[in-house]
Design a protein around this ligand. Structure first.
Ligand code: CP
Ligand code: NVA
Length: 303
């Protein structure tokens, strides 16, 4: 059987996405009911983190434990990866010892090369290009709060970054329209934008993108690895804050998401992120747990 990887949302089709989301919703209910699920007993997840994480680490590690398996945290500081052992060698060795691997790193080519040499499924847990696991949680959250996102308008306000690129892929997979609003010079990848032009439009006006939106989302202005650009970006992005004034352009029942961590009063106002009429960020964060449990079951052939 060919090994399935999850490096971007392009690795699954719409039916598989539905299966993963519906499983995530079921897993959430069964956990709340106190039911035990040992579907991944004795399975081991290897977790390689070359960047910081709170949600991703805790959700994958807890999720694997809750399914009867275990997880290993591997940092470049104390593995040979950090001393220059090639990705290709690390992939061949680790994939003989564990059952599934997740990687958070910088260049997307690193997860691609790792997957090419891995005998077991590889999950992209964030690269500079994509963050597909977050989209599983975000889609689950939208479905739980508002139903199917098909035909809806989603507004991405801010940087054309890894999260934005995964929202672009999601627009095609889920059949929604994504209106991206970013400052000049911070647009998403041009080739991806061209390839997804039926599903994505790019503007420099946050109000235009938010107009009539059902779902409004943002992310930090400087991603991990761009810390030295923080001050310059704050100046460029100042008019791109998502706040109550911007939400007034969206539909009355629009919801607000943010993958977190959030910088209050930068990309989102402190009032909006705490306003439960719009903000579903805590459900969104929790759903990382359920969505990734479903993803691991799917990739390990248990669904
Ligand atoms: N949203 C997200 O991926 O959070 P962490 O960086 O804490 O994992
Ligand atoms: N765009 C952010 C997402 C963090 C979860 C980053 O890459 O730092």
């Amino acid at each position: 059987m060919t090994v399935r990887h999850f490096l971007s949302l392009d690795d699954i089709n719409a039916d598989e996405l539905d299966l993963i989301i519906n499983t995530a919703i079921d897993l959430k209910k069964s956990r709340a009911a106190g039911e035990l699920n040992k579907s991944l007993e004795q399975r081991v997840l290897g977790m390689i983190f070359e960047k910081s994480s709170t949600r991703t680490r805790v959700s994958f590690e807890s999720g694997m434990t809750q399914l009867g398996g275990s997880a290993l945290f591997l940092s470049p500081r104390d593995t040979q990866l950090g001393r220059g052992e090639p990705v290709e060698d690390s992939a061949r060795v680790l994939s003989r010892m564990v059952d599934i691997i997740m990687i958070r790193t910088f260049g997307h080519d690193i997860v691609e090369r790792f997957a090419q040499y891995s005998k077991v499924p590889v999950i992209n847990a964030l690269t500079d290009l994509y963050h597909p696991c977050q989209l599983l949680a975000d889609i689950q959250t939208y479905v739980e709060h508002r139903g199917s996102p098909k035909g809806k308008k989603v507004a991405w306000i801010g940087d054309g970054n890894n999260m934005c690129h995964s929202y672009m892929n999601a627009a095609k997979l889920c059949g929604f329209h994504l209106a991206v609003a970013c400052p000049e010079g911070y647009e998403p990848d041009a080739d991806l934008t061209a390839a997804l032009s039926d599903h994505v439009t790019v503007t420099h006006s946050p109000e235009e993108a938010a107009q009539g939106a059902d779902w409004v989302v943002t992310d930090v202005w400087a991603s991990m690895g761009q810390e030295e650009e923080q001050a310059a970006r704050e100046a460029k992005f100042a008019s791109f804050q998502v706040n109550h004034a911007l939400m007034a352009h969206a539909n009355k029942d629009a919801i607000f998401m943010h993958c977190l961590p959030a910088h209050r009063d930068e990309e989102v106002s402190g009032e909006l992120i705490e306003d439960a009429q719009y903000s579903v960020v805590w459900d969104e964060a929790e759903n990382r747990l359920h969505a990734q449990k479903a993803l691991m079951l799917f990739l390990l052939g248990k669904l």
